[in-house]
Design a protein around this ligand. Sequence first.
Ligand code: HPA
Length: 242
Amino acid sequence: MTTLAIIGGTGLTQLSDLNILSREQLDTPYGSPSAEFVTGELNGSRIIFLTRHGNPHTIAPHQINYRANIWGLKQLGVEQIVAVAAVGGITGEMAPAHIAIPDQIIDYSYGRKHTFFEDEAVTHIDFTYPYNQKLRSRLISAASAANIKISPLGTYGCTQGPRLETAAEIRRMERDGCDLVGMTGMPEAALAKELDMAYAAISVVANWAAGKSEGEITMEEIERHLHKGMANTALLLKAFVS
Ligand code: HPA
């Protein structure tokens, strides 16, 4: 049986439907992961859950130890990762509380420890398709089975944070072809690929990105939309594992 992990982001510190079986604190050659790895049953299927920002939510996107998180999951035998993350919506249907299963990434982050291949012969992984197509298809089918309207495609732009973007930065990202903006998609996706793990993402829109709506983006607005988006994400995940 393939071992599946779910990485939770902002708004998904815990999976409330998870029947917890065990918790494991791991140390890795890259330091400490964000939190304990929680093994449990979701809708009768065994999964491992990790909260990306720590529990409670204290680790900022640029301070997350992405290598320790992915390495830890690999040590636990994980072969597939579904990564949930809050995003800002840039284009058309990416409205607050909407869900997308992105198919492409543009990485604008910098200064993060972004590879496992540092002290050995240089390895250039293929990253043409950053997300695993089979996992993406299964997520899209699960959304359909659960009657949740999603966008089955989208380009995710990863910014450095923790501040949100300027309106001009978002206009540039739109010209580049980004539909979504988030802060945690990279290097997570590339690290999973370096360790040969299948990785796909569920992007949950928390707000219209900077300059895409009137006024400023507030935390209150983000929390309200995420609440709704994460409720649908929980349904999607349950359908996905069953
Ligand atoms: N920008 C970057 N990351 C985000 C946003 C945003 O507008 N909303 C939620 N995560």
